[in-house]
Design a protein around this ligand. Sequence first.
Ligand SMILES: Nc1ncnc2c1ncn2[C@@H]1O[C@H](COP(=O)(O)OP(=O)(O)OP(=O)(O)O)[C@@H](O)[C@H]1O
Ligand SMILES: [Mg+2]
Length: 362
Amino acid sequence: MKLEKIKLTNFRNLDEIEIKTNPRLNLIFGPNGSGKTNFCEAIYFASTGNNLKGRRQRELINWDSEYTLVKLATANDDVVVVYLETGDRKELKVNSKNARQSDLRSLIPTHIFVPGDLYIPKGPPQQRRDMLNRQLGLLSADYGKRLSEYQSELKKKNTLLKKDKMNEEFLSVLNERLVDLGVEISLKRANYLQRLNERLPEIYGLFGPPEEKLSLHYAEDISPESSKEELKALLMNQLEENRDREMKQETSVVGPHRDKFEYRLNGKNLRKFGSQGELRTAVISTYLAYLNLYEENFEEWPILILDDILSELDRGRGESFLENLPEAPQIFMTTATRDSAFKKLSGEFSVLRINGGKILQK
Ligand SMILES: Nc1ncnc2c1ncn2[C@@H]1O[C@H](COP(=O)(O)OP(=O)(O)OP(=O)(O)O)[C@@H](O)[C@H]1O
Ligand SMILES: [Mg+2]
């Protein structure tokens, strides 16, 4: 998927921007606070409906305006328009027809990488879970569907656990549904980890010593070979064991929403023993492995948005990252400094200078 044109109106500090994009690489330079992240966020928002900063969509509208508009024209001649008003009215259109967010997500698949992602291997378990959910959600629509079903059942259960008089029968029904959905989610995760692990050592070797073997694992005993029955029994058992705890804490504490994953380097838990560089390289390798899998699945690439990544990498790693970026996808990459690592860039690219919310196309 590639974008040909981007038009933004009143999107955060970017009041009016209209640019033609490069099919390969778009480098966005500008000082701190100029609007680089906002530019990335506009593309990401149109695709996913999510903000990068803050949670409320209306925060995306320029402070002095009543609405914002993001218009994207794709290389396949589709035109996507996302319109948002301060009153939270939102319209999504593809070729002038009303569309849903899921249509946009599949029409303009994007993958974003922000500096905070480099801390995923070291951070709390939720960060690794979220990363896997994001990646799997884009690889498999079915996974995304199962996960949102699971989350909606989980919400019901948490509401129930907070009630003074709890309906035990309803709790059992919900637990059964959560187990069914949970097992499917866990198996899909385990399968995905296996496919990632087939690629991780080689990709990690591009950055570090080739004899080091990186892998990402379920901390629990779940593997793609586990049978559904086995996993159902395991999860049911855990739910039974934690029943009192869940009642007491008034929240659900077992299931895929609490799954833990760990990176291992030569079998050792990276979170405990890894150096900063090893931790960062682990996540970059995972992103590259995921992109390979994505391409293998769909025979096309998502749009890559790389916001300020190089600022957190040392020179050698930044250069290796740029050298190993896949050739085919369209990339939007921001930086506040004209880093010497860019000298390593080959092929065609465009440079956009951004200052005070305005883009000057070069
Ligand atoms: N809704 C809004 N309306 C107007 N301006 C906004 C809005 N939301 C954020 N801004 C402003 O947009 C400016 C640019 O933010 P942005 O994060 O895009 O900068 P940046 O170029 O990525 O900077 P850095 O290099 O520090 O990451 C900030 O000064 C911020 O205050
Ligand atoms: Mg920024």
